[in-house]
Write a protein that binds this ligand. Sequence first.
Ligand SMILES: Nc1ncnc2c1ncn2[C@@H]1O[C@H](COP(=O)(O)OP(=O)(O)OP(=O)(O)O)[C@@H](O)[C@H]1O
Ligand SMILES: [Mg+2]
Length: 610
Amino acid sequence: MTARRAATGRAVEGGAATGRRTRPGPHAGPLLAMRAIAKSFPGVRALRGARLTVHAGEVVALLGENGAGKSTLMSILAGVHTDYEGTIECDGVPVTIHSPKAAQALGIGMIHQELNLVPELTAAENIFLGREPRTPRGTVDYRAMDRRAAELLTRLGLEVPPRRPVKHCRIAEQQLIEVAKALNLDVRLLVMDEPTSALADAEVRRLFEVIRDLTADGVGVVYISHRLEELEEIADSVTVLRDGEYVGERAMADTDRSELVRLMVGRTMDELYPRGGEQRSEGPVRLEVSGLSCVPEGGSRLHGIDLSVRAGEIVGLAGLMGAGRSEVLQALFGAYGAGRVGGSVTLDGQPYRPRSPKHALRKGMALVAEDRKAQSLVLANTVRFNTSLASLDRYRRPWHTVDRRREREAVAEQVDGLRVKAPSLNANVDTLSGGNQQKVVLAKCLLARPSLLLMDEPTRGIDVGAKAEIHELMDRLARQGTGILAVSSELPELIGMCDRVLVLCEGRLTGEFHRDAANGPRAEQEALLTAAMAREDVVTGTGGGDAAEPTAGDGTTDPADPTDPADPTDPADPTDPTDPDDRPDTTDTTDTTDTAGTDDDAGTPGGDHR
Ligand SMILES: Nc1ncnc2c1ncn2[C@@H]1O[C@H](COP(=O)(O)OP(=O)(O)OP(=O)(O)O)[C@@H](O)[C@H]1O
Ligand SMILES: [Mg+2]
């Protein structure tokens, strides 16, 4: 790691690097110095005595557990919160940042953790929002806008047409569009709050190249991520916060992972992935998919995918952006409706036809969706409301009332079990830190007690300590007989957690790796990546030569027949639009979602908060 870091070069401190703007002399002090920052929200002291220093050309990692105050500190810098205590200096000059515009004027750009794009506008319109180029006649110069947007997107390795509405872009693409938007401002200091939480390896590489270009130009970067290996690679120094307080800073070359974790959580931690090498139970097949095909609007097509998940098994799905991983989960969960999905599926031995998320929930499936903000949470509602959203039926009493006491107890149990950091169950979800919001999504899915749990980036934005807890939880659920199908862009996580890893490339299965008796799936990251880029060939790596040959060909059924009606033979589901409920029917928030590109998210609760 140190060698690699040396190769990338250390940043020059004190503004000595040459940049596009005129830099002040080295004696002008750091680019940014925040000192003794304190900030409270009603009932929560988010920051006290926090500080951060950034020099020109330097990447400073800001590290801390979920809820430590990282995003709050950076929102103060970006002019989002103006009622704080403490001082901020830019180039040694005290400044007051009283609005996002004031931050922009100082050359401060921020990529927010919870993406800030307007879903209805195109990629280019988002990138230029509020600063659209004009023609001599004063109208918006769309040609110039698209051209520049295309350049920026290409620089980030993104093949999204500038005119594609953001709501039809994947979450990883949206993340990169946010980066493009920030690059389009001529920033001196760029804050990136979890820019890679939805990105796979190759996209992260590309982003790092862009960061290196920026720092070579003298831009200072604050980089927030829970992926420690990324910090080791890209950051020059690291500042650690714990419970809103500054606990220390280190040159990255002089520290190591265990010290960082200790600073962050105040204790040492060794084993991240609890799923050891002992024999896994061979339960009955929970999910059997054969020839799954799908043509989602805007998302990746799926071509004849065969897979199965047994009770007690954790199966991983690996692949690059656009490989179709999320689409597999969304298709199975019924997010695309029945019409766009082909192939045959059985659930616990019974024929199952994906129809709607609500139907899937009834059949014992739950989905931890990738885009929690648009798909899984009603942000403007409480922790309690969100957690019990998918399970209310269980607490129903006659006359459409709900046994509130039992509901509250059940919610409290999940929330405590996951150690969600929230002032109370009645706190609104949008006041929680990103990682704690993710825990609420998990709590909701767990409360639904699924027999098959679909998880899309389950530990996205989750800190190392909580991540280990979530891994333990997955392990525990599997031991209790739940089948888990999980997508993750973090290969070590997949290799560490899964009994088998399936690899997708361009909507086809291109690899399958089985658990080795001692080490988890016998797949080096390299082999997985090779499979992820193998358009045709099937790459296997098995513990005992018992790998099932994945089908890398066409499915047995016509992918999508839009006229195909919902399965009329299914007695268990009366598909009841009139389902009485004493709440708005948000059980199936995913019904109307479009992460993977269905064309209607108008009714998505929370979707318009972006
Ligand atoms: N708008 C708000 N209203 C009330 N409390 C808030 C608000 N924003 C943040 N908080 C609280 O402030 C604390 C710090 O949150 P913050 O989002 O800064 O954490 P973080 O370090 O970014 O965590 P994560 O890694 O999960 O993103 C948390 O306890 C959070 O609940
Ligand atoms: Mg945060």
